[in-house]
Design a protein around this ligand. Structure first.
Ligand code: N01
Length: 531
């Protein structure tokens, strides 16, 4: 193989691309990673906004493919902050000597399947071309940023920032009037930090969001010691849970508990902090009446924390908790008690335009020195559609998925042989702990490539029938839940014109079982051939 022809091209050097490269190299495949950024880390390379921190506990948000790596790395806090996770990614890159096969500062422009040769032709932004037997998309679920097309977007004379593309040198907001648009996880983490520096912070909220305290703290050495001593068992236990996380999910329905029992359980989870709040009762994501009991608890907390009753009311959501990803915070609601923070409700009259001096909303101009867009991402499909991906007969992926993504297991799509997506739509991905989900996908793909090589097979393609059945199943599972009830990015509802289709798959253990069964049944649902 020359440096223009590879067994596999991997797009993206986040946690998915890094491990994929490691696995394939260990198996003797030639692989090249192309990464748009100047370093490894993906999400954690780009999202450097103030307060960026993982909402999965650090002991669980890490690779498990290497015992040595697991044992040697030390996390300093219960929830790791972005700089520490990025240090971890860099440590992994060094430890496994990954950088020599990663080409940084290189965006992939197109990936086209060439029928006659059965190879993928990959075109890079600078016009260079390479070919590969397999094309593996490790492009991330939340990597294509969304900046709403506000009128006058270019008119503002001050700096604009997007949380998902934060300047590497950081931003000093001292003494500045700052406007932040959005109240999702990124905003909820950054607002308390920006408020400490800004002269005044205006928070433009379209939809209030539920946040429960993270209760972040320095890592307890005894907890770490016990965790490391039992890593394998704990990882195995987590894999039995719906989300692949260790927080307990109660088997008891909220509606079968007494009011007092519910209050005690919610309070205990609130005090413990973190995403585990949503596991308080078994039916919270399935039964609206059950969910109402949890939302009322959170609203009562907001009323307790926020001094101004009007502000508390505006901050209080009435949607289903967990329908959008639950946010975990450090001092979010408390921040609205500060005299230098104003909440601007733009739910009934949207932001009208960006002006030279700030922005207009509710018929009023807010004068600002800086604007922060915490407006999220074109999730799950956005990063794939930025690449011109074409399968058999030149069919564009974007056209095939125009009514919503269609995959088999979130791993492959019919008409695109030898193309794999790591944590693609139709897989647990964002509804699970991403690291174990990534490893499961990478291992599946690597094992599949090994299987094909051992049998002299060169081409694998999902069948239309298997894909149709899987898409229907993903939808059926979602319909049994409350997820379709709000305008979340899980449904693509945050992007104007994007089809409203629930994209991730709920249920890590059932999913893994299905993937393993497919293999046991000779890659059922895929067509494997020599050419
Ligand atoms: O983005 P979001 P995010 N006018 O889409 C608002 C992960 N993550 O970057 O709800 C006014 O959640 C929008 O309003 P609305 C995590 O999975 C994890 O915060 O559409 N407002 C919303 O408030 C998360 O879910 C971590 O009405 C507009 C906000 O912008 C995901 O990333 C940390 C608007 C966007 O919220 C995305 O989170 C950070 C408009 N035109 C992120 N358009 C952790 O691990 C959009 N908005 C903790």
């Amino acid at each position: 193989m020359t440096d223009r022809h590879f067994d596999a091209v991997i797009v993206g050097a986040g946690f998915a691309g890094m491990y994929m490269l490691h696995r394939l190299r260990t198996m003797g495949f030639s692989a090249r990673v192309f990464e748009a950024g100047s370093g490894v880390g993906g999400t954690w390379y780009w999202n450097r906004y103030p307060g960026a921190r993982c909402d999965v506990e650090s002991m669980e948000y890490s690779y498990q493919f290497s015992d040595e790596l697991e044992q040697e790395w030390k996390w300093s806090e219960r929830y790791a902050a972005q700089p520490e996770i990025l240090r971890y990614a860099n440590h992994v890159a060094e430890r496994f000597d990954l950088r020599r096969d990663i080409q940084f500062d290189t965006r992939v422009k197109a990936a086209v399947y060439d029928d006659p040769t059965g190879r993928w032709l990959i075109e890079l932004a600078d016009g260079a071309k390479v070919t590969a037997a397999y094309c593996i998309m490790a492009t991330g679920c939340l990597s294509s940023t969304n900046t709403p097309n506000f009128k006058g977007l270019d008119a503002f004379k001050g700096p604009c920032y997007h949380t998902g593309r934060w300047p590497h040198e950081g931003v000093d907001f001292t003494g500045r009037r700052v406007g932040i648009i959005g109240t999702g996880s990124s905003a909820i983490q950054s607002i308390p930090i920006i408020a400490q520096k800004a002269k005044h912070l205006f928070v433009f909220q379209r939809t209030p969001n539920y946040a429960v305290p993270a209760r972040n703290a320095p890592m307890d050495p005894e907890f770490e010691r016990r965790f490391k001593a039992n890593y394998a068992q704990l990882r195995a236990k987590a894999k039995q849970a719906r989300t692949g996380n260790l927080y307990p999910i109660s088997e008891k329905p909220a509606l079968e508990a007494s009011e007092e029992e519910r209050r005690l359980e919610y309070q205990a989870r609130w005090d413990k902090g973190g995403l585990g709040f949503i596991g308080s009762f078994a039916d919270l994501l399935f039964d609206k009446a059950a969910n109402d009991t949890a939302t009322e608890f959170i609203r009562s907390k907001i009323r307790e924390i926020v001094h101004d009753p009007e502000v508390a009311k505006t901050l209080s959501p009435h949607s289903v908790v967990g329908c959008k990803r639950l946010c975990i915070d450090t001092g979010y609601y408390e921040t609205f008690n500060r005299p230098n923070v104003s909440l601007v409700d733009v739910s009934t009259s949207p932001i009208e335009k960006i002006t030279e001096n700030g922005l207009e909303a509710n018929g009023k101009e807010y004068e600002l020195d800086a604007i922060v867009f915490a407006t999220g991402f074109d999730a799950m499909t956005g990063a794939l559609f930025r690449i011109d991906i074409r399968g058999i007969g030149g069919q564009a992926l974007k056209a095939k998925w125009s009514a919503g993504p269609r995959t088999y297991l979130g791993l492959a799509t019919a008409g695109f042989p030898n193309l794999f997506t790591i944590t693609g739509p139709g897989s647990p991905s964002v509804l699970s702990n991403m690291l174990p989900s990534i490893e499961q996908h990478v291992d599946w793909i690597a094992d599949c490539m090994g299987h094909m090589r051992n049998r002299g097979l060169t081409r694998i393609e999902a069948t239309v029938a298997a894909e149709d059945a899987w898409v229907a199943h993903v939808n059926q599972v979602a319909e049994r839940t409350l997820f379709p009830s709000c305008n979340s990015w899980y449904l693509g509802a945050n992007i104007p014109g994007k089809p409203r289709v629930f994209m991730p798959y709920l249920g890590f253990p059932t999913y893994v079982q299905k993937c393993n069964e497919v293999v046991r049944n000779g890659y059922e649902g895929f067509r494997l051939s020599e050419k």
